[in-house]
Design a protein around this ligand. Structure first.
Ligand SMILES: [Zn+2]
Length: 74
């Protein structure tokens, strides 16, 4: 999973707004998903899925369902 530090860097380098949108294919099920990440005073809010990593070419994401399964360890 992406670190808060990396997210801070992304927000600093990519977006001057408080929201960023990433589109990618879920690492587990392959569905195309869109994730909105909002920067708040308390940290980061994720909507639509979870961001694992970002490279200049690709976003590594998981949809909510797969992320919850992954967190449970199954
Ligand atoms: Zn999935």
């Amino acid at each position: 999973m992406i670190t808060e530090e990396a997210l801070h860097q992304l927000f600093t380098s990519i977006s001057e707004k408080s929201t960023m949108t990433f589109i990618g294919r879920c690492l587990s099920c392959g569905n195309k998903i869109k994730i909105d990440i909002t920067r708040t005073t308390r940290g980061f809010g994720f909507e639509g899925g979870m961001l694992f990593d970002v490279t200049p070419d690709e976003c590594f994401v998981k949809c909510i369902d797969c992320y919850q399964k992954w967190r449970k360890g199954s």
